[in-house]
Design a protein around this ligand. Sequence first.
Ligand code: ZN
Length: 215
Amino acid sequence: MTPVDSGMPSAVGNGLCSCHVCRLVSRRSRFSRHEHCPRCGATLHFRKPGSVQRCWALLIASYILYIPANLLVMMETGSLINYRKDTIVSGVVHLWKTGSWMIAVIVFIASVAIPLLKLFSLTFLLISVQRRSHWRPRQRTRLFRLLEAVGRWSMLDIYVVTLLAALVQLGSLAVVKAGPAAVAFGAVVVFTMFATMQFDPRLIWDPLQKEDIHD
Ligand SMILES: [Zn+2]
């Protein structure tokens, strides 16, 4: 046990349960199954049911989609003199070589580093929860909050392709098209966001409680 949890009462310890649908807090016996919310009638659960399994499923799907997102073509750009197809990484290298260092760094961080860090962080949280780890629960909770906050800001590549396509189509001599990697990349971002939403951060604190909490 860490000093963080010493003497702290928990909702479960007091038989209190929050409804997952209408958020009403009501009393529920820890031992009876299938009790219902007195307000909306939804089945009450102390924890999101199947949260770890669903989170794993979405996370594995994200890992798989991360491969085509990086190997396939993200953007096709063409003009009268030049036509090129870029993956995320070759795009970053091209930006770097042509002197746009700042944009290269931003695209690399937003499209390569952050999605990978998000996947690794969520994997770490899931493994630590499954192993019922007592290691730094406060820091792990902060990590989860960071993951939630970062989620919606990871679509940079999609924004760039969409913006460029919209801008360049106005002139008739140049073409910008989104490649198949854009779909895979968008799916990675959305699946990682769903995986984060499925994760129940209270599971981080459960091993520190005296009560055995399930469901
Ligand atoms: Zn309810």
